[in-house]
Design a protein around this ligand. Structure first.
Ligand SMILES: Nc1ncnc2c1ncn2[C@@H]1O[C@H](COP(=O)(O)OP(=O)(O)OP(=O)(O)O)[C@@H](O)[C@H]1O
Length: 243
């Protein structure tokens, strides 16, 4: 991935791909019993290697009314169920790139899409644009976007209400409980005012809001800034194994 200004050399951005937390979990445990049975009986097993990638191709961005590109021909791709880290010096364009990935801004040129590949590694359908509804983002200062009076209202703000059937309500309740527990919000009252929380708990709340929504792409802008080492390792674990 590279990012350079059109006129002057701009600070470089980088991308690191983290190993997928469960790259080889092809079959859930109940099916594994069936697999062993089939293996014993000598039945052939077919494992599909169809997969998707999130692809950013030659993305440039120039804010309206300016003369220089903030990003120039940024290219990278992320396999499904993986974890990438964008790094670079202050002012190198990390936040600008996240805004493009989230759909808040449109690239001046280039494309951002999901591409599905078949067993032979070839694309099996045209690239799909990722709807901004399926992208979650935790901003650098998430409290600026808090709207509700209590922690619970803030987490449930975007969830379906009256129209949801019983099954969906049950699923939402489970997701809610898991999100609250996994970020450690169960240690405080859900009646607290979100703005009165400590900086660390504001970040936990912002992450819980996104975990409940189960986005296809989760973007975090400096998610670990201001958090202690223990929370650093815990939140990394949460990001790799959300539920
Ligand atoms: N709309 C805009 N018009 C002109 N310049 C802009 C605009 N938005 C951002 N910039 C400039 O683009 C550069 C990249 O900003 P950006 O916030 O993306 O960097 P960053 O890598 O996230 O920085 P930091 O690590 O300090 O948060 C900065 O120099 C910023 O001032």
């Amino acid at each position: 991935m590279r990012a350079t200004s059109a006129a002057a050399p701009a600070p470089k951005l980088g991308l690191r791909l983290m190993p997928s937390p469960q790259p080889l979990r092809l079959l859930p445990p109940p099916l594994n019993r069936g697999v062993h049975e089939k293996c014993r009986k000598g039945t052939a097993l077919r494992v599909s290697s169809e997969h998707s990638r999130f692809e950013v191709r030659r993305v440039s961005f120039r804010p309206p009314g300016t003369e220089h590109n903030l990003l120039n021909e940024v290219t990278f791709s992320l396999p499904e169920r993986s974890f990438g880290l964008i790094f670079g010096r202050s002012g190198s364009g990390k936040t600008t790139l996240l805004q493009l990935l989230s759909g808040f801004s449109k690239p001046t040129s280039g494309s951002i899409s999901i591409q599905r590949y078949g067993n032979d590694g070839e694309p099996i359908q045209p690239p799909e644009m990722l709807s901004s509804k399926r992208v979650g983002i935790v901003f650098q200062f998430p409290e600026r976007y808090f709207l509700a009076d209590t922690v619970l209202e803030e987490i449930t703000f975007g969830l379906p209400r009256q129209k949801a059937d019983i099954a969906l309500r049950e699923e939402l309740a489970i997701r809610l409980q898991m999100a609250i527990n996994s970020v450690g919000l169960n240690r405080i009252s859900l009646e607290e005012d979100p703005h009165a929380l400590s900086g660390g708990f504001k970040r936990r709340l912002a992450l819980a809001i996104q975990l409940v929504q189960t986005p296809d792409l989760l973007l975090l802008d400096e998610p670990l800034a201001g958090l202690g080492m223990i929370w650093f390792s815990k939140s990394t674990y949460i990001l790799l194994f959300p539920f």
